[in-house]
Design a protein. Structure first.
Length: 230
């Protein structure tokens, strides 16, 4: 059982280890570490425009990411923005283009441990509004759309991709539905910002070198601004 500590109320869950490493080089300090079988999972604090902000990597996949969010809630954080990349279901979405999930199709298992069964789950409306306001203030082009959260990354078949696209999903990832469900259950504010990564819309998977895009640092900054505005 985790006890609360003097952790910032605002937290960015950042999927970009390269960005976190740079934050540490520039003064972010470790304030907590969870030692799990998968190794060290540090929590950092930094000064962002004169405000306290917590940052941690939530890892990949709904179960562990949900657990990381649970950890931060137990420690005392209450307002969250996650930033990460996602596969695109429409090849017209360029690498690096920003997508803001308005809801997530629950094609994973973790969210069902927190909420009654339903097709979709949404972010907190205040978090969604904060993200959009921040993006507009910074003159960033973005798309608001559903995302498809799945556990089976090797079962993202063309038939399933087309079915999700017909539902209105433009991205696929592995965590959003679980994040939104945990946040609703724990009554905290949570939203997410994604950027267009690999392309699943064609006949063959196209990685598009997505995890080296320069948007990553910028997306973290936008996430931090949005989070602190909540």
């Amino acid at each position: 059982m985790y006890k609360s500590i003097d952790v910032p109320k605002h937290c960015v869950l950042c999927f970009f280890q390269d960005v976190i490493d740079e934050l540490v080089r520039n003064g972010a300090r470790e304030i907590h570490v969870a030692n799990w079988e998968t190794g060290r999972h540090p929590v950092y604090e930094l000064d962002f425009n004169g405000r306290r902000l917590a940052v941690m990597h939530p890892r990949v996949g709904a179960p562990v990411s949900a657990a990381m969010l649970e950890l931060m809630i137990a420690l005392g954080s209450r307002k969250f923005i996650a930033c990460g990349g996602a596969g695109v279901l429409d090849s017209k979405i360029a690498v690096g283009h920003i997508i803001v999930p308005s809801s997530a199709v629950r094609d994973e298992g973790t969210s069902y441990h927190y909420l009654a069964p339903s097709r979709e789950v949404a972010p907190h409306p205040r978090a969604l509004a904060a993200i959009e306001k921040t993006l507009r203030r910074n003159a960033m082009d973005y798309i608001v759309a559903k995302t498809w959260t799945t556990d089976g990354i090797l079962r993202e078949t063309r038939a399933r991709m087309l079915a999700r696209r017909r539902e209105g999903c433009l991205t696929v990832e592995m965590e959003a539905a679980a994040f939104f469900a945990v946040a609703q259950f724990r009554r905290v504010q949570f939203g997410q910002i994604l950027y267009g990564g690999d392309d699943l819309a064609g006949d063959d998977w196209d990685p598009r070198n997505w995890n080296r895009h320069q948007i990553r640092e910028r997306l973290f900054t936008l996430a931090a601004e949005a989070c602190l505005s909540m």
